[in-house]
Design a binder for this molecule. Structure first.
Ligand code: ZN
Ligand code: ZN
Length: 1035
């Protein structure tokens, strides 16, 4: 293609003569004038194009066949000449004229020559060559350069380590620009190139030169910018950066310098680092200085880009709940203050929005979504008057809005209507609703006192949200999912109203209810009717996908909101709303797999940034199974309504006896299933109306086996009636310590000796006031986290639960609504291993190592490795130990047991016994950067536990181990040979087979490298068979 236009050798020879006369490839003043005259531009371009080819032709070599040419010339003068000619040629173009055919057709020759010259690494030329690359990128659209980008990366990256700043600096700039524009499809290859050239190490080295003071601020900025780009695109590069402590120290000191350019550069670097969860956590561990600098950058006095970078870093650090809390614990007040100020103060400056101000507002709104998590930052949002800030984003000309406490609701609604019709800043609207919704959901009960002075604005926001929501309800079938902007507004306003209605603050929830029923007015029943009809259609249609995601959301949220208003609850109940909601829940359970995302619009709170790594983000309370949550909220309100009306509880049971069983079964399935925490909590909440309290967990089911088991108990509670129950001190100590007698001073119980010499059972006489049945129920809950209680006992149990400070049980007995975002309660048995309770430990587990340097027991003076534990917890989790402890054999009286696993394995094993969770090996970047030996140690621990579980008969744990082992092999195939050896040495053939399957794809590689030579023939055969099988399947 380029050949057709290439000037004939004759012409270029002529051009050459001309060239040699002027003696330079650079544009002379005369030619520059020509280019500016317009008329001569084309002629001028042609001339420079001819000169360019004259220069290029000096370096073309024919390769292989006659047709292809490659630019390869090692002569420095010619290289220099070519670089100048390209530069002069590029001078006549700008981004606007880059579509010229001359440039399009010569681009591959230009790029070829530059790639060769850069790759030849002659210091006299490479600097100016890199500068030409920079200009090329600025002029030519990325799509045209795409096919050369990998070659350019390959020739530029080795030059970064060049000591001459005038070489490495332009190379960094050029490389950065290329990488930023690189297509995703090429990223894998590009990473290979960068890795081979050790690019990250050279850039890090370059950054460190800054501390010597030998380089400029600009140098630091460019290197930092390049490193940020690399980390942004390639997660694998991140570990070596955040793991480099001297670099991190340097960054911290640089970030404290007053120069804004340096600060922005470090902010960008930190932001890219924080894409890795481990990196973010590391940054926050000693993050005070960094966070202070970040917040100071958000200040008004700084340029918009610095403020935006500050906001972006804060957003990244808040990707996960835990890290967000860490950040909030360090700087909640200044962070929230800065964010709210950006959102609310913009109209003071000019009243008009400039473009960069808009992006600033978007970033501030995104950051304000940290309100989705509980924490001390909430009070500061109110303190700095978030309502005002949000209103300024909803109401155009906010200052002219006069709110008056004498205004009637009717007047307020009509003002709100005008405001909403103005449709001011529509792109920010869904953030506004989400933020106010989350704030409402996490309010304290006594919230009113906090927002003094801000009520009028808050009220008006509530009104606007309710109005937006009821408009969506009224639109019904006309809601248009294709108009993303208004659709996501509908969606977030609906959710916001829901969170307001369910707010713990009576003030907000009452206000929302009153406003909603006022707006609904006379059309109320008609609207409700259509909601109920719509919902009844879904399960009855026989379909297995939702008809319309947005409409379903609005419908379910509508039912959840209206059910909380008594007059409407009655109406919904009367129109079979209860049965319809229940059918919807069952339908949802059956079709959960087909339903997918519960939100169709790009959900602003979603943390699903594509390029993050190593973040552990638990599902948000309401993002998983949101439809089910809304349906359950409505069900809960309807049940509550039926029960609260006097004598209607009876009626409910009689009228709905036929659905009661179905309801309870469905709810129990949801409560104990793998659903989101929100639906699980609400299922449990509704079940509490029918006498079922708590959650059933595996750990609880295990522990309840120890309750009233005389043989393993160490305490007996004696009742006035003469009955008694056997319990375990350690469980009481963890779950309801007030039941234990005071440890020091007078002991109320007498110590008696049991049959076995080592075991003593303490007896406690209970006061006659204590209700036996209620206490047994309380103990059941303490052991298992779950209990079924007849309504006649509830009152007595409440008193006991209050006395024992069993908060969770009390909340359920009082039928208090679950708090938004609260996690499923756990049985905190690990508390048993804390120093306060360790004296109750009665058994010691000893690993196979006898010496671990630096081993230090926190509880006793023994220096050989060991772990303290409790017989009752061990035996409840393991049949073998249970039998052993009560066998009466000599071992049953021992206080320690040798366990054939390493110390690492033993800690994991103990964790499983106490948390019902096998700790996983380090994740992501940490795992990938562990050396093979450390990985093998991890793997070995799991293999040992796996083998132990065969002997100790622990099937669940065995399955968990197998899963971990396989996922280790998945991520590190190089371990499979060792894993095979290891598993074979334990005679665990199932595991051997699984590992062989993992080795199968790399069988040939393994064979050729000789790694298989050390294995038994039998094992090699096994892998070969697996490999054959693999290749057959692959075909
Ligand atoms: Zn990572
Ligand atoms: Zn110890």
């Amino acid at each position: 293609m380029s050949q057709a236009l290439r000037p004939s050798p004759l012409k270029s020879q002529f051009a050459g003569k001309f060239f040699s006369q002027t003696g330079s490839g650079e544009a002379t003043p005369a030619t520059r004038m020509a280019s500016s005259k317009g008329g001569n531009t084309t002629a001028h371009m042609n001339t420079l194009h001819q000169r360019l080819y004259h220069a290029l032709n000096l370096g073309f070599r024919r390769v292989c066949n006659e047709k292809e040419k490659k630019w390869e010339c090692t002569d420095i003068e010619i290289q220099r000449h070519v670089v100048r000619s390209i530069s002069a040629f590029l001078d006549c173009f700008s981004r606007g004229t880059a579509n010229n055919r001359l440039i399009k057709d010569s681009i591959s020759d230009i790029a070829g020559a530059l790639v060769f010259i850069l790759g030849y690494k002659n210091r006299a030329v490479v600097g100016s060559a890199a500068n030409v690359v920079i200009r090329l990128i600025r002029i030519v659209p990325p799509s045209i350069l795409q096919s050369h980008s990998l070659d350019l990366v390959e020739s530029l990256s080795p030059l970064l380590s060049c000591r001459q700043l005038e070489v490495s600096l332009p190379c960094a700039v050029a490389l950065n620009a290329i990488l930023l524009n690189m297509r995703e499809t090429k990223e894998k290859e590009a990473w290979k190139v960068l890795e081979d050239a050790r690019t990250v190490a050279s850039v890090v080295g370059n950054l460190q030169k800054f501390s010597e003071g030998s380089v400029s601020v600009e140098w630091f900025q460019e290197m930092a910018s390049l490193l940020s780009t690399v980390m942004l695109k390639w997660p694998l590069s991140r570990y070596s950066v955040w793991h480099n402590s001297s670099l991190m120290v340097l960054l911290e000191s640089v970030s404290q310098k007053p120069d804004m350019g340096l600060r922005v550069a470090t902010l960008k670097l930190y932001s890219s680092l924080a894409l890795c969860g481990h990196g973010a956590s590391e940054l926050l561990d000693n993050g005070k200085l960094m966070l202070d600098m970040m917040i100071s950058c958000m200040d008004e006095s700084n340029p918009p880009n610095a403020r935006i970078e500050g906001l972006k870093l804060a957003q990244r650090l808040a990707t996960g709940n835990q890290e967000c809390l860490k950040m909030i614990n360090i700087c909640s007040e200044p962070l929230v203050k800065a964010t709210v100020e950006i959102m609310g103060k913009w109209f003071f400056s000019s009243g008009k929005l400039e473009h960069d101000h808009m992006s600033l507002l978007v970033e501030a709104c995104k950051l304000a979504l940290i309100a989705r998590w509980e924490g001390e930052h909430h009070i500061y949002f109110w303190k700095y008057q978030i309502s005002e800030a949000l209103l300024s984003l909803v109401v155009e000309n906010f200052r002219s809005l006069s709110l008056d406490c004498r205004m009637s609701l009717e007047e307020e609604v009509s003002v709100a209507e005008k405001v909403l019709n103005g449709n001011f800043l529509p792109s920010l609207r869904s953030y506004v609703w989400d933020i106010i919704g989350f704030l409402a959901a996490h309010c304290e009960e006594d919230f009113d006192s906090i927002c003094i002075g801000d009520e009028l604005r808050l009220n008006f926001l509530v009104t606007c949200a309710c109005l937006t929501f009821s408009r969506s309800v009224q639109k019904g079938y006309q809601i248009c999912q294709n108009d993303i902007m208004s659709a996501s507004q509908s969606e977030s306003a609906s959710r916001a109203v829901l969170m307001m209605i369910y707010s713990p603050s009576k003030y907000i929830s009452t206000r929302a209810r009153v406003t909603l029923s006022f707006i609904l007015g006379e059309d109320g029943e008609q609207n409700l009717n259509s909601l109920v009809n719509f919902l009844s259609y879904i399960p009855s249609s026989g379909g297995y996908v939702l008809p319309n995601v947005l409409q379903t959301t609005v419908c379910l949220v509508g039912l959840a909101c209206y059910s909380s208003i008594p007059q409407y609850a009655g109406f919904i109940l009367g129109h079979k709303g209860f049965e319809i909601l229940l059918s919807f829940c069952s339908w949802y359970q059956r079709n959960r797999g087909n339903i997918g995302e519960s939100s169709f619009a790009p959900y602003p709170q979603s943390t699903s940034e594509k390029r993050i790594c190593c973040w552990v983000c638990p599902e948000d309370w309401d993002s998983k199974d949101a439809f089910l949550l809304y349906a359950l909220l409505a069900l809960a309100e309807l049940v509550n309504h039926s029960f609260s009306e006097q004598n209607h509880a009876e009626e409910f049971s009689i009228k709905r006896e036929n659905v009661k069983d179905r309801l309870c079964t469905t709810l129990q399935e949801i409560r104990d299933g793998t659903y989101g925490s929100g639906p699980r909590w609400y299922a449990s909440h509704v079940l509490s109306y029918f006498g079922y309290y708590g959650f059933q967990h595996k750990l609880g089911k295990r522990l309840i086996g120890a309750f009233e088991d005389e043989e393993c108990s160490d305490m007996r509670l004696l009742f006035a009636s003469g009955n008694s129950v056997s319990v375990n001190k350690i469980i009481l100590a963890v779950r309801c310590p007030t039941l234990l007698p005071p440890e020091k001073g007078a002991r109320s119980g007498s110590m008696i000796s049991s049959e076995k010499p080592q075991r003593t059972v303490q007896e406690i006489r209970m006061s006659a006031n204590v209700d036996t049945l209620a206490l047994v129920k309380l103990l059941e809950f303490a052991y298992s986290g779950y209990v079924e209680v007849e309504s006649t006992t509830v009152k007595k149990l409440k008193t006991l639960a209050r006395h024992c400070k069993s908060k969770v049980l009390l909340q359920m007995l009082c039928r208090r609504r679950p708090k938004w975002g609260s996690s499923i309660p756990r049985i905190d048995i690990p508390l048993a291993l804390t120093p306060k309770l360790i004296h109750l430990s009665d058994f010691i587990l000893v690993p196979k190592e006898t010496i671990i340097t630096g081993f230090n027991c926190r509880f006793c003076s023994s220096t050989s490795p060991h772990a303290h534990s409790h017989r009752v917890i061990l035996s409840s989790g393991c049949e073998y130990l249970r039998a052993l402890f009560r066998s009466g054999m000599q071992e049953s009286n021992l206080d320690r047991l040798n366990v054939p696993v390493s110390w690492l394995g033993l800690t994991k094993l103990v964790n499983w016994f106490y948390c019902d969770e096998l700790p996983k090996p380090p994740l992501g970047c940490k795992w990938n950067n562990m050396d093979t030996e450390a990985k093998l140690d991890e793997l070995e621990a799991y293999v040992e536990i796996y083998s132990l579980t065969e002997w100790w008969i622990m099937e669940d744990l065995q399955n968990e181990c197998a899963q971990v082992i396989l996922s280790c092999l998945e991520s590190a195939r190089e371990l499979s040979i060792k894993a095979i050896e290891l598993a074979a040495s334990f005679s665990m053939w199932k595991l051997v087979e699984a590992a062989a399957e993992h080795a199968a794809p790399i069988y040939h590689q393994l064979r050729d490298s000789g790694e298989l030579d050390e294995l038994d023939d039998e094992l090699v055969n096994l892998i070969r068979t697996a490999a054959v099988h693999f290749s057959q399947q692959g075909c």
